[in-house]
Design a protein around this ligand. Structure first.
Ligand code: 13P
Ligand code: SF4
Length: 302
């Protein structure tokens, strides 16, 4: 392991490369990562880094978003098969049909979507800025793709907007059920429940706090409480346990894991860095259209 880490770090220096890692990655990826965080943070880093190569330890749409934001850079994905099951629930044709069924409405997409989908949307959001960015649109009715639960959660937070949602969802977060929260509360009555907005509404409705990956991690960092029930992907649990050994970090249940996020290994990172393989390519017409809705998001979330 130490050898792998040293080789990766040497190649990073030689090639002026940076490694961006999402918090759902296997925790050992942090040993070589320059930046670790949620989707918003990592896209902000991708848009501003002066590295020549970005290795994106995450899933396909994240590396694709980095490439759209930094077209002159080489963006490498350690595992080409690491997709997002939610992003794959809507393609260009399905989006166009959804828009035809609900005409003349601004269309907002979750960053968990393909470049082809982003190219046809007006605005993009991540889970950490969705409320603020959608509010900035100042509309009373919009379309939202693909995550129905994030869309409905934002609608509830804002109170004065109708959000027509596409029926996409995250299969990992939907494994969490209200009964899991009830059971965890019974076992840990002094713990607070922190949930990701990709969870079902019946879960976010009863959580004490709902926020993105970084939101949840910041909550634990700043809170005076001692015990936290974490209703999101295992990677967040692993990092919180590592970073806060004096706090009690309780996973909502076993195996809340995004299988695609866990595909990345240190060997894969070394391999793509050494051979500069698994390069992300985005059609330039699509990239030019898609960048507008991502840039609009980055401006609105400042
Ligand atoms: P955030 O990084 O915005 O919390 O999103 C979670 C996620 O599912 C990434 O795919
Ligand atoms: Fe996609 Fe869900 Fe995995 Fe996030 S956790 S990458 S939304 S499948």
């Amino acid at each position: 392991m130490q050898r792998l880490v040293e080789n990766i770090n040497r190649l990073k220096r030689e090639k002026n490369a940076v490694i961006l890692a999402h918090c759902y990655q296997p925790v050992e990826v942090d040993l070589v990562a320059d930046y670790v965080g949620d989707s918003l943070y990592l896209s902000q880093v991708a848009s501003t880094t002066d590295a020549d190569i970005i290795v994106f330890a995450g899933v396909y749409f994240m590396a694709q978003t980095a490439k759209i934001l930094s077209p002159e850079k080489k963006v490498l994905l350690p595992q080409m098969d690491a997709g997002c099951r939610m992003a794959d629930m809507i393609n260009h044709k399905q989006l166009m049909e959804f828009k035809v069924k609900n005409p003349n409405l601004p269309t907002v997409c979750y960053v968990n979507s393909t470049a082809e989908v982003k190219a046809e949307c007006d605005l993009c959001v991540t889970s950490s800025n969705a409320v603020k960015v959608i509010k900035s649109l100042n509309k009373d009715k919009i379309l939202f793709v693909p995550d129905t639960y994030l869309g409905k959660w934002v609608e509830k937070q804002l109170g004065n907007i109708e959000i027509i949602t596409y029926p996409g969802f995250c299969p990992t977060h939907l494994q969490i059920r209200p009964v899991d929260i009830e059971n965890a509360r019974k076992q840990h009555p002094n713990a607070v429940v922190l949930a990701h907005p990709e969870c079902h509404m019946s879960v976010t409705d009863i959580a004490d706090y709902v926020g993105s990956t970084t939101g949840i991690m910041n909550y634990v960092a700043k809170s005076n409480m001692k015990s936290f029930i974490i209703a999101t992907e295992q990677g967040v649990v692993d990092r919180l346990k590592r970073d806060y050994p004096n706090k009690e970090i309780i996973p909502i249940k076993e195996n809340i894991v995004c299988p695609n996020m866990k595909m990345t290994s240190l060997e894969d990172i070394l391999n793509v860095l050494e051979n500069e393989t698994n390069e992300i390519v985005v059609d330039s017409d699509i990239a030019q259209k898609a960048v507008r809705c991502i840039d609009a998001m980055l401006e609105a979330s400042v």
